[in-house]
Design a protein around this ligand. Structure first.
Ligand SMILES: NC(=O)c1ccc[n+]([C@@H]2O[C@H](COP(=O)([O-])OP(=O)(O)OC[C@H]3O[C@@H](n4cnc5c(N)ncnc54)[C@H](OP(=O)(O)O)[C@@H]3O)[C@@H](O)[C@H]2O)c1
Length: 305
C-alpha cells in the first residue's frame, strides 16, 4: 500500500516506519530537516520536507495515499492547535482519496493517559478521563473517529508507555539506573500499561492496512506491572545496583508539573479490540526482558554517538 507517515524520525514513528518497510509498503514521510530527508531517501522512503505547523508545506504532497498514519507530536506550547491542523489537513487528503477510490484509512496516535487512573481494567469502550496535561486529546480522537464513512476508515491507537530501543520513559529509567540513581514519582505501587515498540508498530500496520480496522485500539502488553516491579527488574540485573528514591508527588509536580501526575497514574488497560485484529504482543513485560532492553538501549546509544 501507499502510506503517508508523520513522525517517522520519532520514537513511535520510526518503529512504525520499520514495520511498514518490512511489510513492503511504499512510504512517503513528512520530515523537518534535510538530514532526516537524506536518511529516509537512503532507506527507499520518499521524504517530504515540511512542518505540521505549516500545512501548506506538505498538503500538496499528501494527496492520493491509501493510508495516512499520524504519529508526529509537536512539543511547543501550541501543540494542541498544531495537532488539530494536522488532523484536519491529513483527514481532508484521506477523505478525498476515499471519495475517489472508495477506500482509505487514517490512523491517529493518542495514548492510554487519556483514560486517567482506574482500579478496574479499562478496555477500548472505557470513558476517557484525561487530566490537565491531555484534556484536549479525547476531542481530537473524536474528530478522527467521526470522520469515518464514505469508504474512509479511521482508527485511534492508544499506546501504553513504550519500551524498547533507546528512547522514551523506560529507556530513561535504564539510563538513570546505569548512572546510579532512579527516581520514582509517588509510592511506585501504581500500574503502568507498557508496550514494546515493535509490537506497537505491528498494531499500526494492522490498523492502516486491514479492511476491518476501525475505531479505538489499546496497545499494551497487559502485564500490569507496577512501577516498583519495573524498577526492581532493572535493579536486579545490574552488577552495580543504583539507588532508588521515591519522590513525593507534590515535590515532583513542582519540578515537572502535570507530567508528574501522568507518571503517577494507576492504570490497568486491556485491548480486546486490538486482539480482534489478530494483534498479539511478543514481549510481555519490562521486568522479564531487562537484559534484552539493556542491550537495545546500549546499542541505540552507540549508534547515536
Ligand atoms: N513514547 C511513548 O511512550 C508514548 C506513549 C503513548 C502515546 N504517545 C504519543 O505518541 C506520539 C508520538 O510520541 P513519540 O514518543 O514517538 O514522540 P517523539 O519521539 O518526540 O517523536 C515526535 C515526532 O514528531 C515530529 N514532529 C514534532 N513536531 C513536528 C512538526 N511541527 N512538524 C512535523 N513533525 C514534527 C518529530 O520530528 P523531529 O525529529 O523533526 O523532531 C518526531 O518525528 C505523541 O503524541 C505521544 O503523546 C507516546
Amino acid at each position: 500500500m501507499r502510506i503517508f507517515l508523520t513522525g517517522a524520525t520519532g520514537y513511535i514513528g520510526s518503529a512504525v516506519l520499520d514495520a511498514l518497510l518490512r511489510g513492503n509498503h511504499q512510504v512517503t514521510a513528512l520530515v523537518r530537516t534535510p538530514q532526516a530527508k537524506d536518511a529516509l531517501l537512503a532507506r527507499g522512503v520518499a521524504p517530504v520536507l515540511g512542518d505540521l505547523t505549516t500545512p501548506k508545506s506538505y498538503r500538496a504532497c499528501a494527496d492520493g495515499f491509501d493510508a495516512y498514519v499520524h504519529t508526529a507530536a509537536d512539543v511547543g506550547v501550541k501543540r494542541e492547535g498544531v495537532d488539530a491542523k494536522a488532523i484536519d489537513t491529513l483527514l481532508s487528503a484521506a477523505a478525498s482519496h476515499a471519495a475517489r477510490t472508495g477506500t482509505g484509512a487514517f490512523v491517529y496516535t493518542s495514548g492510554v493517559w487519556v483514560l486517567g487512573s482506574n482500579a478496574q481494567p479499562m478496555t477500548e469502550s472505557a470513558q476517557p478521563n484525561p487530566g490537565q496535561l491531555l484534556g484536549w486529546r479525547p476531542v481530537h480522537e473524536q474528530l478522527v473517529l467521526k470522520a469515518a464513512g464514505n469508504g474512509l476508515r479511521t482508527s485511534v491507537i492508544r499506546p501504553g508507555i513504550v519500551y524498547g530501543g533507546s528512547r522514551g520513559i523506560v529507556s530513561d529509567l535504564l539510563k538513570n539506573a546505569l548512572n546510579g540513581l532512579i527516581r520514582v514519582i509517588g509510592t511506585g505501587d501504581n500500574h503502568w500499561p507498557l508496550v514494546y515498540d515493535r509490537d506497537l508498530a505491528d498494531l499500526y500496520v494492522r490498523a492502516a492496512t486491514r479492511p476491518e480496522a476501525l475505531g479505538i485500539y489499546h496497545a499494551n502488553d497487559e502485564a500490569d506491572e507496577t512501577v516498583n516491579a519495573v524498577v526492581e527488574g532493572i535493579v536486579n540485573h545490574l552488577s552495580a545496583p543504583p539507588d532508588v528514591r521515591h519522590v513525593p508527588l507534590e515535590e515532583a509536580r513542582k519540578k515537572v508539573g502535570a507530567y508528574a501526575d501522568a507518571l503517577a497514574l494507576d492504570q490497568i488497560v486491556r485491548g480486546p479490540r486490538a486482539r480482534e485484529l489478530g494483534w498479539s504482543p511478543t514481549l510481555h513485560s519490562v521486568s522479564a526482558n531487562v537484559p534484552r532492553l539493556l542491550e537495545e538501549f546500549r546499542s541505540g546509544q552507540e549508534r547515536a554517538a
